[in-house]
Write a protein that binds this ligand. Structure first.
Ligand SMILES: NC(=O)c1ccc[n+]([C@@H]2O[C@H](COP(=O)([O-])OP(=O)(O)OC[C@H]3O[C@@H](n4cnc5c(N)ncnc54)[C@H](OP(=O)(O)O)[C@@H]3O)[C@@H](O)[C@H]2O)c1
Length: 266
């Protein structure tokens, strides 16, 4: 499955997201990572048995597929350092939020292929959601390699770049919103008399189990909701409050604000 790993894979930045991708790779023998933080670099090298360097140019010189996994404000510094040593045939895979392909092209120059990815934090549990966009001309082998690597860390779909602000708002930022919902459910459980640890477990397992069932069954959402809402029952009583509330308007506003911020960051 992981033919991708026969090519040398590099990382600019060895933070949380890089570790999520790295930890899901079944074969890390050809990986080289770089980071400005020596302690972090040593920890990643030791945990995953990968080559490590404090110099991003070492990665740029030796890897053919390189994940750009630094924070948005650090992307230009990395690009400036590696641009002179990048060659045609290499591919930069940016997971940086908001940075468009046109911006990445300006930063990294004309030589390397480019792929833009919007991942989410759940890839740290091998249950990530990644959207992939590759412009025309990106070597198909590189796009397949990216897809294989990210599929090992969850789901990966290919989408046009015009969708990326919406993707960023929904799946990129989504883990925080679902955790917020869990927090609200757990707090409501505590208000009903549950101990905090029990309330959290009940909320979390219910969220996890519901998503797992929906994914595995492929059941449409409306019949599922209506199926749980037995007429005159407890769920129906709760659902009536939810239905009469501003809940969906608040969720729509939340995603709209995140998508607007994504557009601004570009
Ligand atoms: N976290 C998310 O949920 C999420 C979701 C979607 C997309 N993303 C994107 O993923 C990217 C990485 O996020 P993250 O959460 O993994 O960030 P992170 O944990 O802060 O990791 C970034 C790492 O890069 C290092 N770094 C900074 N400048 C560098 C340089 N010039 N050369 C080499 N390494 C350098 C940082 O070191 P220092 O800390 O010492 O500066 C840090 O270890 C971001 O661009 C973000 O937009 C994140």
């Amino acid at each position: 499955m992981m033919k991708a790993c026969t090519m040398r894979i590099g990382f600019f930045g060895a933070g949380k997201m890089a570790e999520g991708i790295l930890s899901a790779m079944p074969d890390r023998s050809s990986v080289i990572v770089s980071d400005v933080n020596p302690a972090r670099l040593a920890e990643i090298a030791k945990t995953y048995g990968v080559a490590a360097t404090g110099d991003v140019r070492e990665v740029a010189k030796s890897a053919s597929l390189i994940f750009l996994a630094v924070r948005p404000q650090d992307a230009a510094t990395v690009a400036e350092a590696v641009k002179p040593v990048l060659k045609a045939g290499q591919t930069i895979v940016s997971i940086v939020a908001g940075k468009r392909l046109a911006v990445l092209r300006r930063l990294f120059g004309r030589k390397p292929g480019l792929v833009r990815v919007m991942p989410n934090l759940a890839l740290r549990a091998k249950a990530g959601m990644c959207a992939i966009c590759a412009p025309k001309g990106t070597p198909p082998k590189a796009v397949k390699a990216v897809r294989d690597i990210l599929s090992a860390a969850g789901e990966a779909v290919v989408l046009p770049e015009k969708d990326f602000d919406a993707v960023t708002a929904l799946s990129g930022s989504g883990p925080a919103y679902f955790a917020y919902m869990e927090e609200a459910m757990a707090e409501a459980g505590v208000a009903l008399g549950l101990k905090p640890a029990a309330a959290r477990l009940l909320a979390e397992q219910t969220m996890y189990g519901t998503a797992k069932f929906l994914r595995e069954s492929g059941m449409p959402l409306r019949p599922f909701i209506e199926g749980v809402c037995t007429k005159g029952g407890t769920t129906a009583a709760g659902m009536a409050v939810m239905d009469a509330s501003d809940f969906k308007r608040v969720v729509a506003g939340t995603l709209k604000a995140a998508a607007e911020r994504s557009r601004e960051l570009a």
